[in-house]
Design a protein around this ligand. Structure first.
Ligand SMILES: O=C(O)CCC(=O)C(=O)O
Ligand SMILES: [Fe+2]
Length: 316
């Protein structure tokens, strides 16, 4: 009898690890992070526990948000594609998403809340901030990026690298398709940013593609976050770190709610692999590029149909 091996994402424990503290297990965790990001471009992170009441508040707030009438949700507009409200796509009708730019800045979250709930919604106002700030998800992002730069031997660029990004919090809803058949929730894609940190309710659906073409299904748990490398860090690391294809597949009746904290290169910052990472064995893979200019290509019809948009745009 053949036995099927169920693939699992690597799991890395960040409990009690702090950015500025002297952490006895820093080196050990760093080597796990490097290995996972080279092999999978992705891992499951166990981080400071999210208390049950905050978890309830987050997913309760998301339900309130997506239950708003469509004409209210579309008021959350953004000049940047995919940073405002998106949904009702014919290709992926189960999917809706709202972006909260600069989610670590109180005033930004407040102005979005005022647009969506002119009568006030205290509970929503506090959730994104708590989530990206107090829950120090942005700290997890920075820990990972520091570990990555140290592992690649280019920590001298740390400050410049950290200062060249900001954060977008995007929240997603995938309706249950009301059938036991599996339906596409979100098409396979690679992220275009630096690092993505996903957190979700109990409904499964996220799948990550391995380098040898197998889909790994992620089994969510309240303590864990999914960390994923985007194309910008793939390019900046001159291909050392993988940026994996991933998708969402839905079945059943329950809605899946998820949140993503995306570190994104600031407009005008040029992504160019450091010279230390380019040599005969590792020729330059991507010409230096401005992320905002790249996104302009990515959001054209041609770019959207292109699974390897970065390679097309600036591959060497
Ligand atoms: O909902 C998820 O877990 C995945 C979302 C995603 O891949 C994205 O927003 O880029
Ligand atoms: Fe994604």
């Amino acid at each position: 009898m053949g036995s099927e091996v169920t693939l699992k994402l690597p799991v890395i424990d960040f409990t009690n690890l702090k950015l500025e503290a002297n952490n006895p297990n820093w080196e050990e965790v760093k080597s796990q992070v490097h290995k996972a990001l080279v092999e999978y471009g992705c891992f499951e992170a166990i981080f400071d526990k999210v208390p049950l009441d905050l978890r309830k508040a987050i997913f309760g707030a998301l339900q309130d948000l997506f239950d708003l009438p469509l004409q209210t949700k579309i008021l959350n507009v953004s000049k940047k594609p995919y940073h405002g409200y998106v949904g009702q796509y014919p290709m992926v009708p189960l999917f809706e998403s709202m972006g909260i730019d600069d989610a670590t800045i109180y005033d930004k979250v407040e102005s979005m809340t005022n647009i969506l709930w002119p009568d006030g919604n205290q509970s929503f106002r506090h959730v994104p901030l708590k989530f990206s700030n107090a829950y120090i998800l942005s700290e997890l992002d920075q820990i990972i990026r520091k570990m990555v730069l140290e592992s690649l031997g280019i920590e001298k660029y740390l400050e410049e690298h950290m200062n060249s990004t900001n954060y977008l919090l995007r929240v997603m809803k995938y309706k249950g398709p009301q059938t036991s058949d599996t339906k596409l929730g979100l098409s396979a894609h690679t992220d275009k940013n630096i690092v993505t940190i996903l957190y979700q309710n109990q409904v499964e659906g996220l799948e990550v593609l391995t380098k040898d073409g197998k889909w790994i299904s992620y089994k969510p748990s309240p303590e864990s976050f999914v960390v994923m490398i985007g194309d910008s860090l793939h390019a900046w690391s001159n291909g050392r770190l993988h940026s994996p294809f991933h998708r969402v597949m839905m079945s059943g009746n329950e809605a899946r709610y998820s949140t993503g904290l995306f570190s994104i290169p600031k407009g005008g910052s040029i992504i160019k692999a450091p010279e230390e990472l380019v040599d005969e064995e590792h020729p330059l893979l991507f010409k230096p590029f401005d992320h905002v200019e790249f996104l302009k290509y990515y959001y054209t019809e041609k770019g959207q149909a292109d699974s390897f948009a970065l390679r097309t745009y600036c591959g060497v």
